[in-house]
Design a binder for this molecule. Structure first.
Ligand code: 5GP
Ligand code: ZN
Length: 112
């Protein structure tokens, strides 16, 4: 499949990994918007939030279990934001479900 994040999962494109297990991968965003900017993705290809179903939602739940672990490891003790852009109006550019972890400074509502 010609998907950038599937290629990162497969190791065909390098990434700076911060967390990995059987079903989830997290790596640093190549163009960070905040001092800490991490993408958390399911290893399975799900195109966006619109592609979450009863059959695959366990991996999304697992992502949200992993996020606090990553945030703690990154020392985001003052808080952080989790964002998932879904579709054109949200500016989704990679069609593989991903959750941005944004932190390391006080955030405005620019992402909204
Ligand atoms: P979206 O705009 O779809 O919500 O987020 C896609 C994100 O993927 C962007 O923040 C962009 O910087 C990041 N990105 C795009 N290509 C690459 C890449 O090859 N490697 C990494 N690490 N991040 C990427
Ligand atoms: Zn994919």
């Amino acid at each position: 499949m010609n998907c950038l994040f599937c290629k990162i999962v497969a190791g065909e494109i390098p990434s700076t990994k911060v967390y990995e297990d059987e079903t989830v991968l997290a790596f640093r965003d190549i163009n960070p918007m905040t001092p800490t900017h991490i993408l958390v993705i399911p290893k399975m290809h799900i195109p966006s939030v619109d592609g979450v179903t009863a059959e695959n939602s366990a991996v999304v739940a697992h992502i949200f279990e992993v996020i606090p672990t990553i945030a703690a490891a990154e020392k985001l003790v003052n808080g952080y934001r989790v964002v998932s852009n879904c579709g054109a109006d949200a500016g989704q550019t990679v069609q593989h479900l991903h959750f941005h972890i944004l932190g390391g400074r006080e955030l405005t509502l620019e992402m909204a």
